[in-house]
Design a protein around this ligand. Sequence first.
Ligand SMILES: NC(=O)C1=CN([C@@H]2O[C@H](COP(=O)(O)OP(=O)(O)OC[C@H]3O[C@@H](n4cnc5c(N)ncnc54)[C@H](OP(=O)(O)O)[C@@H]3O)[C@@H](O)[C@H]2O)C=CC1
Ligand SMILES: Cc1cn([C@H]2C[C@H](O)[C@@H](COP(=O)(O)OP(=O)(O)O[C@H]3O[C@@H](C)C(=O)[C@@H](O)[C@H]3O)O2)c(=O)[nH]c1=O
Length: 299
Amino acid sequence: MNILVVGKYGQLASCLRDVVKQEKNTDTGINWHFLPSMQLNIAERKSVQQTFARINPQLVINTAAYTQVDKAEEEQDKAIAVNQLGCKYLAIACANLNIPMIHISTDYVFSGDAQTPYTPGEKTAPGCTYGLSKFLGEQEVMTYLNKFVIIRTAWVFSEYGKNFVRTMLKLAREKQQFGVVNDQVGNPTYAGDLARGIYQIAVAIKGGEKQWGIYHYNGASSVSWYQFAREIVDMAKDKAVIPLLPKIAPLTTLQYPTPAKRPAYSSMCNEKIMRKWRVVPSDWKKGLAKVIENEQQQF
Ligand SMILES: NC(=O)C1=CN([C@@H]2O[C@H](COP(=O)(O)OP(=O)(O)OC[C@H]3O[C@@H](n4cnc5c(N)ncnc54)[C@H](OP(=O)(O)O)[C@@H]3O)[C@@H](O)[C@H]2O)C=CC1
Ligand SMILES: Cc1cn([C@H]2C[C@H](O)[C@@H](COP(=O)(O)OP(=O)(O)O[C@H]3O[C@@H](C)C(=O)[C@@H](O)[C@H]3O)O2)c(=O)[nH]c1=O
């Protein structure tokens, strides 16, 4: 089976490459094809068509996205081109071959008005351009495909790329004090855990499982961004990854204005993905320890 993974150098795809490497001695009969944006630009229909003709995939995993949440407010066209049109071109190409697609979406498709974890069937109402573009991408996938697994995840961090954990570590090295919002709550997700879940689902699809639909996958427990920042710096100080413990002020969203509106509450329920695909929720504290350990080796 040829599996095409779109977005090779993103943090999630980098973690998926690690999982594939770790499993290289397991005979799954899968040929993995990770393609970077220079080789496959999903915003261009031709690029998608040519790649599909060359690789002849039997499954596509789309990890590519425009992920700059604030910048999307001024670059709406770019966000739409990748997150909506890119999905559309991939979905059409998959439909032509009658193959399934695993697509990654976000908690930012929700308004954030809920008080209990969002289930996959709950009403979406994105409050920012990034969230809207991801919502429209989901719609394209569902319009063109019957065989799809959409995984909404949240607050993804890893050893790779740009993410909140690495931003906090950088801030902690540069500043003795800074503020972080304490009234936006969600569930952090270690990309390594999500990558393992995606790998497991891909192998199950190859084995004939067909549990198509929308799924939620995020950390097992919720925190505010402020609480998450505290966990990060406390662990980093403990492991001597940062020299001093910075003073972090808990802020309200009003005190930390941003171009994009984020959900106040975006915790998502993992029950369906556990039940249907036997994927366990992200243990984000363990994941955080791995990222901090990795930083320890760098410094
Ligand atoms: N990061 C997070 O906190 C969260 C992410 N998600 C979703 O998870 C998925 C993975 O995110 P993550 O790994 O963090 O994202 P990253 O920003 O780390 O990686 C995104 C990747 O997409 C690629 N890409 C962008 N535009 C195109 C294009 N036109 N054609 C092909 N590839 C393109 C980028 O390549 P290049 O750099 O070369 O442009 C990059 O490698 C995304 O769908 C995202 O929306 C969901 C919830 C939280
Ligand atoms: C850097 C920083 C951010 N913040 C706030 C801003 C924002 O409300 C919150 C998170 O900041 P960030 O901009 O780093 O995170 P953000 O880019 O909003 O993260 C999101 O990325 C996309 C791709 C997703 O899909 C989401 O699930 C989510 O992970 O923390 C502070 O309060 N203080 C700070 O110093």
